[in-house]
Design a protein around this ligand. Structure first.
Ligand code: GLA
Ligand code: ZN
Length: 683
């Protein structure tokens, strides 16, 4: 259960004069903030010379914040190694794929496998942990900042070879599973194994050859290794912290949401006490609300627990170019993050920077210290949240649907996307959007999660498969679940080789069909489908031959006209559905409306750009309605009793929401079954 949400801020006291700190702390507290994250890039001030620590100023800031009633999250500063460290150990600088060494002068300029970096990281983290690990004013630690990047230095190459030796144990095994006989790539010594050239396959409408495309097994393993390297770097800091810190101080890291794809976040999530992330919705406004929603759900799914947003957008942002959020959008985006499971939002940042790369990444206060609209909006939001504290306390997002997210499949599809209509992120996003457009609650989970309590499990592009993962999915279906497998499931094994089995490999029996042919064409080309639902598959679409499956929809035109395009097969108590291609939004919308109606899942008829997030508390259900559009929208709800906590109660079934508005409704838990019945009746 999530605690009632709290608000905080990211503060860089080292960037401002000492005599400003008290006033800042007072202003923060007056706005209703209770948490402050500090120190995440302050290495050069914390250890100005090798092994010489100056922690008194940090202690003083913590004291000032604590006196104002603010609790502190301390960052470890390793994302910004100081100049003296690079001068001493230039080998720390990471090497890019093209062999160029990344210079000092930005941040994240370190290789996570360099012994000198690891030693320096241990030393500064230990110094901080020993000083503040028992400090009651400090409630948590954020390790580093937004880990990411792949390094191509010689140390990483050797580390990769060792990583492979651990994984495969013998070279003949590695040669076999990677199929290195292809193009005479067989290795006779571990140290012959290269790092793959970085050759992103063409993903736009250009079909063709990826330059220097590497062996797919090598490329997949290098992605795993690079992800592991960063996770091991984090885990090492976590160990140093846990040696000296009270267990009360939670260890976290700020991840980058669903759209960041260099780290297996399921594995990273296991190393932290709480998952936190950075949320900047206006960085990409192409999908107004589904991007941040999907990210939040994916982050919450890592531990299936409440999350923190350690960087929540507060104002205009950009480094070279700047984009403003819409007037009033600040509140809406904050509510969205909370509805999706955040129990803490720290706004980035307190005051806009006067110097440095982020002069245009705007904070709550302006660079010249002006206290204006953003401060007022923040204070108003804090007061509003306070007024519904009891309503939100113990509430969490509820979901009947699980959407599966698999990093092996994602990494393998990065290596060979196969069709511009099939990028992994797009496919997952398409299914997610279709589900959320119906007002369904969605959890985004890895394959290791317990699926048994979900009524519907959607698994887009499970491209990499194996016997045990397939067995988990089969058990879910046999136990009564409805599983949707969308295209290109079971095309590769864990080593990124094509299995010598009927496709979709390991899943063919479950879905009751075999994929025997396909068309890969321009993403705008495709085939119409019709039957229990009408729609269209495009870019990539398959010919499937049912063994035991029956048709939900068949191709209406194109080379596979008359053959099945969406199938279902009853297995045990449940059903396995197969979608034989990349489906557009309308097709997925129709499919999920059909499956929701059959399964008695409550759906809502939502106007465009209105998001509905169902929450559950022990004693009641809650619904958050978010109008992401610039116009008033009216949502039709069933007639059951409701209490409106935020927003306008509306009239009868019609609930109007103002532009960028928020509505929070409470309904008795007893209505849960009643509402399912309404959904059935309307279906
Ligand atoms: C990231 C980082 C922050 C800051 C913002 C804005 O999310 O974590 O330190 O740089 O971007 O650029
Ligand atoms: Zn390296």
């Amino acid at each position: 259960m999530a605690a009632a949400p709290r608000l905080g801020v990211d503060y860089y006291p080292e960037q401002w004069p000492r005599d400003r700190w008290e006033l800042d702390a007072r202003l923060m507290a007056d706005a209703g903030l209770t948490v402050v994250r500090i120190a995440e890039f302050a290495w050069s001030r914390l250890e100005p010379r090798p092994g010489v620590f100056e922690l008194a100023w940090l202690d003083e800031v913590i004291g000032i914040l604590a006196s104002a009633g603010l609790e502190v999250i301390l960052g470890t500063p390793t994302a910004a190694p100081p100049a003296w460290l690079i001068e001493q150990h230039p080998e720390i600088l990471p090497v890019r794929a093209d062999g160029r060494v990344q210079k000092f002068g930005h941040r994240r300029h370190y290789c996570p496998n360099q012994p000198a970096m690891l030693a320096a990281s241990d030393r500064i983290v230990r110094a901080l942990a020993e000083r503040f690990g028992a400090d009651e004013r400090v409630s948590a630690w954020q390790i580093d900042n937004e880990l990411g990047g792949r390094c191509y230095c010689d140390t990483c190459q050797t580390a990769f070879q060792h990583w492979l030796a651990d994984r495969y144990e013998s070279l003949p095994v590695l040669n076999e599973v990677w199929g290195t006989v292809f193009w005479s790539q067989e290795y006779t010594a571990w140290d012959q194994i290269p790092l793959p050239e970085d050759a992103p396959a063409p993903t736009s409408s250009a079909f063709g050859f990826g330059r220097n495309a590497p062996n797919p097994g090598l490329a997949l393993d290098f992605r795993r290794f690079s992800s592991d390297s960063l996770i091991r770097f984090l885990e090492r800091q976590a160990r140093v912290l846990r040696e000296s810190c009270d267990a009360r101080q939670r260890v976290t890291h700020n991840l980058m949401g669903f759209h960041f794809s260099e780290i297996d976040y399921h594995a990273l999530g296991a190393e932290v006490d709480v998952v936190a992330w950075s949320n900047y919705p206006v960085l990409d406004t192409s999908r107004r609300w589904t991007n941040p929603a999907l990210s939040a759900d994916a982050m919450r799914g890592l531990k299936q627990a409440p999350i923190w947003v350690l960087e929540q957008q507060v104002g205009p942002l950009g480094w070279q170019l700047v984009r403003s959020p819409r007037m009033g959008e600040f509140r809406l985006l904050s509510w969205q993050a909370i509805a999706h499971g955040a129990e803490l939002l720290c706004y980035f940042r307190w005051r806009t920077a006067r110097y440095g790369t982020e002069q245009h990444w705007h904070g709550i206060l302006d660079a010249n210290a002006r206290v204006g609209r953003k401060y007022d909006e923040l204070r108003a939001l804090a007061a509003e949240l306070d007024s519904v504290r009891d309503v939100l306390d113990g509430a969490r997002p509820s979901a009947d649907v699980a959407l599966l997210h698999d990093y092996d499949s994602r990494f393998a599809l990065q290596v060979q996307p196969t069709n511009p209509a099939l990028p992994y992120e797009e496919t997952v996003h398409g299914h997610y959007e279709a589900l959320r457009r119906l007002g369904l609650g969605v959890d985004v989970l890895g394959l290791a999660a317990d699926l048994s309590r979900y009524r519907l499990v959607v698994a887009p592009s499970l491209y990499v498969m194996d016997e045990s993962a397939a067995a988990v999915l089969a058990a879910y279906v046999r136990g009564g679940g409805v599983l949707v497998l969308a295209p290109r499931a079971g095309m590769k094994d864990r080593c990124n080789a094509v299995p010598e089995r009927p496709l979709p490999a390991w899943l063919d029996e479950l879905v009751g069909l075999e994929v025997t042919d396909f068309m890969s064409v321009a993403p705008e080309d495709g085939a119409r489908i019709g039957g229990a639902l009408d729609g269209r598959l495009h870019g990539w679409y398959e010919q499937v031959e049912p063994t035991t499956a029956t048709m939900l929809a068949s191709y209406v035109d194109g080379p596979f006209a008359g053959m099945p395009a969406i199938t279902e097969r009853a297995a045990g108590e449940g059903t396995a559905v197969y979608v034989a291609g990349a489906a557009d939004a309308a097709t997925l919308g129709a499919l999920y409306a059909l499956l929701a109606a059959r399964g008695g899942l409550q759906v809502l008829e939502l106007p465009p750009d209105v998001e509905a997030v169902p929450l559950v508390r022990e004693d009641c259900d809650l619904l958050v309605l978010l109008n992401h559009s610039d116009e008033e929208r009216v949502v039709q709800l069933d007639a059951g009793e409701r209490r409106v906590h935020v927003g306008n109660g509306g009239d009868g079934n019609a609930l109007p929401i103002e532009p960028l508005g928020v509505v929070l409704i409470e309904r008795a838990a007893s209505q849960r079954t009643a509402r399912s019945a309404v959904a059935d009746a309307n279906a």
